[in-house]
Design a protein around this ligand. Structure first.
Ligand code: AMP
Ligand code: ZN
Length: 475
């Protein structure tokens, strides 16, 4: 089987075929950096991390863009309240986002475009929409997208006209009078004095103002994939389910009206919410936990990742102390087996090869089936049970078994306990791994050696090769 993905655009599971294999362009809507991202936001970013890792492990060459929304209503309001400008306001939150990302072992995207650095492409996009008649200037000086002139509008969200109307007016009620049709959405907002105060206004041929939120993603994605990949269609666009409408629907309308292509992305993927007692985790509901809260509580990132991957990305997940605790136990169990496997390493015994092969096949098949992480994780735990039994019987795991173990627990899921928070034998584990790395280097197996270095890095260990030998420290 090859990778199959549930495509929100068709509401079907479809075989994944990229536009220019092995290249895959992946655009994921990033955080609005007006505050710390919460663990609900990170559920979505972790689902995207698993997607990215699985695409990579499947042989694709992924180009991943994640934008940072650094100008929007919330940011402007917050900057005004703090008597600062938007750039000063967002800077510390951008750094905090990168720190949280590293704590949660999320692979960095290849670029993190900030909306305010892409104003020129946004202006070009609006100019073209005005020229081809899909956008118009309202009485209030803002520019609106004319939904009635874009027949494919609503294809992604599959909402009927009445629902579209409600959704649109909720977001932009104050601008209602200026529009030709209540469903039209703003692509460029005329500058107000409060925007000027916080430096959130730019000159444009169609009037001074600032980009609408949806416009930001369209312009950044098109500009970057055009420049880097020479295309104007994305392979995959992902985000949380709340972005389907209106955000992604509007991104499609603007982008396709600009490029003339029938699609903006071939695959649209949406992750379900992280809830707290049945309610979406959201600042608005006062029920948020940030990544740094969990870090301060000494929660291991391996446990958080295991918790998230224990549910399918298209199912809601309720965060409870019990589930977090259970995931911590699970992660420790994995760490413990990893230690035992290395201790008893020897010439591969047939039952071990069989058990590891079974885990490889099950994980591959399950992840290929629309990223069924919970089923794949279950296969890893089935291996844990079997491997512990084999070890008790005196069987030895060999290089192949250890390699598949590392592949699933580190390269793909990255759910082992952080060695910094692990028990006292952390140093012993690290020394043992470094000895293995040294041996791998001596037999010129650089793939294995690099694999060990990466595994340790992912678990918080920094390695330095010096003339007097290899040194390590905890990050
Ligand atoms: P924002 O910073 O509000 O722009 O959101 C960033 C990302 O987090 C988007 O992809 C949202 O869909 C996602 N998101 C927001 N709240 C949750 C939640 N409770 N569970 C999962 N994803 C969420
Ligand atoms: Zn977006």
């Amino acid at each position: 089987m090859t990778l199959q993905i549930f495509n929100t655009l068709t509401r079907r599971i479809e075989p994944f075929v990229p536009i220019q294999p092995p290249r895959v362009s992946l655009y994921t809507c990033g955080p609005t950096v007006w505050n710390y991202a919460h663990i609900g936001n990170f559920r979505t970013f972790l689902f995207e991390d698993l997607l990215r890792r699985w695409l990579g492990a499947s042989g694709f060459d992924v180009f991943h863009i994640m934008n940072l929304t650094d100008v929007d209503d919330r940011i402007i309001k917050e900057a005004g309240a703090k008597q600062t400008d938007i750039d000063q306001l967002v800077r510390p939150y951008i750094s905090a986002f990168y720190e949280d990302r590293d704590y949660l072992r999320i692979l960095p995207a290849h670029c993190y475009p900030r909306a305010t650095e892409f104003i020129a492409p946004m202006i070009r996009l609006v100019e073209r929409l005005l020229a081809n008649g899909t956008a118009y200037r309202g009485d209030d000086g803002s520019v609106y997208f004319a939904i009635g002139r874009f027949p494919a509008y609503g294809r992604l969200s599959q909402l009927d006209r009445r629902e579209l109307k409600t959704g649109a007016s909720e977001r932009v009620s104050s601008d209602e009078y200026a529009k030709e049709d209540a469903r039209d959405f703003v692509v460029w907002k005329a500058a107000r004095p409060e925007d000027e105060l916080v430096k959130a206004a730019w000159d444009a041929p169609f009037g001074r103002g600032r980009p609408g939120w949806h416009l930001e993603c369209s312009a950044m994605a098109l500009d970057l994939i055009g420049e880097r990949l020479g295309t104007d269609v994305l392979d995959i666009h992902a985000g949380g389910v709340d972005l389907i409408f209106p955000h992604h629907e509007d991104e499609i309308a603007q982008s396709c009206a600009f490029t003339g292509q029938p699609d903006f992305a071939h695959f649209w993927m949406h992750g379900e919410f992280l809830n707290v007692r049945g309610t979406k985790m959201s600042k608005r509901f006062g029920n948020i936990t940030t990544a740094r809260d969990l870090q301060a509580d000494g929660i291991d990132a391996g446990a958080i990742r295991l918790l998230m991957f224990g549910s399918h990305y298209r199912s809601r997940l309720d965060l409870t102390d019990e589930s977090l605790w259970a995931a911590g136990e699970g992660s420790r169990r994995l760490g413990e087996l990893g230690r035992r496997l290395r201790e008893h390493r020897g010439p591969e015994s047939a039952p071990f090869a069989l058990a590891a092969g079974k885990m490889d096949k099950a994980c591959t098949d399950r992840l290929d089936d629309d990223l069924d992480a919970p089923a794949a994780v279950a296969a890893v735990f089935a291996f844990v049970t079997e491997a512990n039994r084999l070890l008790d019987h005196g069987d030895h795991p060999g290089t192949e078994t250890l390699r598949s173990w590392e592949r699933w627990t580190t390269e793909v899921f990255n759910v082992l306990p952080d060695l910094r928070t692990a028990d006292a034998d952390a140093a012993a584990v690290i020394e043992a791994r470094l000895a293995e790395r040294g041996a791998a280097k001596r037999r010129r197996d650089f793939v294995a050696a690099d694999g060990i270095r990466d595994e340790l890095a992912a678990r918080g260990v920094v390695i330095e090769d010096t003339p007097s030998g290899t040194k390590w420290r905890l990050r």
